[in-house]
Structures are given as structure tokens and as C-alpha cells.
Ligand binder design. Structure first.
Ligand SMILES: [Zn+2]
Ligand SMILES: [Zn+2]
Length: 321
């Protein structure tokens, strides 16, 4: 089982349009190595959880099955049969798609094509028993996790390598283009590219649309909540504060301190501004005994703690890291 994620700028070849720039930012995850429907549910649940963490609550997970290779052959035949009678009234792109890959017709946004697409047979009616069972199991696992997916029999993916589960996470505040993440299974892709047979599932999310959704809902970007601020009571102990910062950072604990702020009051104000979770107060007499004052910024509590204990303390506070 391999689980991966990525994040960064991406580039698309197709012509740019409103909300679809040539360069955009995307993050995504891929889980390779399992056929189990529980894996699908886990990936969908994770996508929803990521959005919840940034404040986008109440998003809908739409789900469908696009079937396996055999189902696909059946469905192509069904679509060919259906669209044959309508294709002369449809757009030139769709006329090309009918011969090459009739499933792509379902993605067509042309107005003239919509009435025919709306009436066309659904992929879910062409999937085999194994694929249908897989979908039912994914839904079952999601429901066990407290998620109510919406079965959308019209949902297909624009790329041909997808198999079985297809899903989109939608935010209804965004209007027509409301998918903030989309993904699915691609059980044959690794093998088709020359690798060993490797089932897989993943999703990608476009950051521009996520930012738009956050703006629509007035959600502020989350401030760093893990941050530890180190305040020094005097210029004389700044060196001790610096050594402590270095030590905590070596333990992967994010630390901030101010070189130019003199008064404790202005340092506390800064700690509050950067939303520090804890403030460590390095004072003359305490630090000489190997101790510092630790202030929990959420509880307005403080305690004297040995410098030695700090790395372990921060690593065991469960809601902090
Ligand atoms: Zn199938
Ligand atoms: Zn069309």
C-alpha cells in the first residue's frame, strides 16, 4: 500500500476560460495497492475532512460507478445505440466523440447537446454485478463514517482511465462550477502504463476554486495554531531564548521569537497576533534553574516547566500537533 500526496502549480494545455487559467494550483492524493471499497470511502472521507478543517463545512460528496473494462464496453454500445439517432442535432465535438469515445459526450457543455445528454441511459444501469456491489460497499462504509453520499448516476470522469468509483466534492455556494475536488479509482492505469497490476484511487482539488468558496462564505485562512512563541523578559536572556528556539525547532516544533520587541507586553501582543498556541516566557531567575514559564494561550493558564521536558510536552499535547 502506497499513499502519496502532492501540492503545487499545474499547467493545462486546453484553452483558458473564466475560472480555468492555464496555470493553476492543485493538491491531490493517491492511494495505490488496494481494491477494497473501504479504501474508496477512506479517501472520500479524507477529502471532506480536509475541507472541514479549513472551514468549508456541509459539502456534498457525489458518487457513482463508471464500471470496469467490461462494463465500459457494454455502456459504449448502449450510448452508441442511443446517440446515433440524435447526433446530427448535436455539436461538432460530440459528433467526433461518438466514434472515438461516446462517454465524453456526457461532459459536453454545449447548450444544443444538453437535452439529449439529459435523456441518455445512465452508466450505472450498464455496470456488472461486481461493480455495483463495489459501489454499494463504498456507500455502506461512508455511511458508517457518518457521511451521506449523494448517488449521482450522471457523474462520469473526463478521463478514460477511471474505473468503478467516481466522485466529486461539491460546494453548492459556487453555482454551476461547484466541484472543489474530484477523483476516482483507476485500477488499470498503472498496468496500462507498463507497471505491475496495481489498483488505485485518488482525487485532485483546485485551490483557486477552494479560495473562491472560502471567500463566498467569509472564511478567513486558518492561522497557524501549532506555533510556540518565545518571549524574553530582558535583553540579557535573549541568547537563552535563541538557544531554546533552536532546540525546539530541532524537534520539529514550530517556534517564533522577536529580536526587536523589548517589553514583555509587546511580545505578548505579538504572540496573540500570530495566534500562538503557547508562549514560553524566558526569565532571568527561572532560566538559570533550567526552567521557563509556559503559558497556554487558550486557557490563560501558566506553569513552571523544566526546559528538558519541553520537547516531550509539546509532542504529547494531543490537540496541538
Ligand atoms: Zn464491471
Ligand atoms: Zn456536444
Amino acid at each position: 500500500m502506497i499513499k502519496l500526496f502532492y501540492m503545487g502549480p499545474m499547467f493545462r494545455y486546453e484553452r483558458p476560460q473564466a475560472g480555468r487559467q492555464r496555470q493553476f494550483y492543485q493538491f491531490g492524493t493517491e492511494a495505490l495497492g488496494s481494491m477494497h471499497p473501504g479504501m474508496d470511502a477512506e479517501v472520500i472521507a479524507m477529502a471532506l475532512q480536509i475541507f472541514e478543517r479549513i472551514g468549508l463545512v456541509g459539502l456534498k460528496a457525489e458518487i457513482n460507478s463508471v464500471g470496469c473494462k467490461e462494463c465500459r464496453t457494454n455502456y459504449h454500445a448502449v450510448l452508441l445505440e442511443y446517440f446515433r439517432n440524435h447526433i446530427s442535432q448535436m455539436c461538432p465535438d460530440c459528433q467526433m466523440r461518438l466514434e472515438k469515445n461516446p462517454m465524453r459526450i456526457l461532459d459536453c457543455k454545449a447548450k444544443t447537446c444538453q437535452p439529449y445528454i439529459n435523456e441518455c441511459p445512465e452508466v450505472i444501469d450498464s455496470v456488472c454485478l461486481a461493480c455495483r456491489n463495489h459501489l454499494d460497499e463504498v456507500i455502506k462504509y461512508l455511511q458508517l463514517m457518518g457521511i451521506s453520499p449523494v448517488l449521482n448516476p450522471r457523474l462520469v470522469r473526463g478521463l478514460d482511465y477511471y474505473t468503478k468509483t467516481a466522485f466529486e466534492i461539491r460546494d453548492e455556494s459556487l453555482g454551476a462550477q461547484n466541484a472543489v475536488a474530484a477523483g476516482g479509482r483507476y485500477d488499470n492505469l498503472v498496468q496500462d502504463m507498463g507497471g505491475p497490476a496495481t489498483p488505485a484511487i485518488g482525487f485532485a482539488a483546485g485551490m483557486e476554486r477552494i479560495i473562491l468558496a472560502m471567500k463566498n462564505k467569509g472564511i478567513e485562512p486558518m492561522k497557524k495554531h501549532n506555533l510556540i512563541y518565545i518571549a524574553a523578559t530582558s535583553e540579557e536572556v535573549k541568547d537563552k531564548a535563541a538557544v531554546l528556539a533552536q532546540r525546539l525547532r530541532a524537534n520539529n516544533i514550530p517556534v517564533e521569537l522577536s529580536w526587536d520587541k523589548k517589553s514583555l507586553k509587546s511580545q505578548f501582543r505579538h504572540a496573540a497576533n500570530i495566534n500562538a498556541r503557547y508562549t514560553i516566557i524566558v526569565g532571568d531567575s527561572e532560566i538559570n534553574q533550567g526552567k521557563v514559564m509556559l503559558k497556554d494561550m487558550t486557557k490563560e493558564e501558566q506553569q513552571l516547566i523544566a526546559v528538558e521536558e519541553l520537547p516531550d510536552y509539546f509532542c504529547v499535547v494531543p490537540d496541538t500537533f
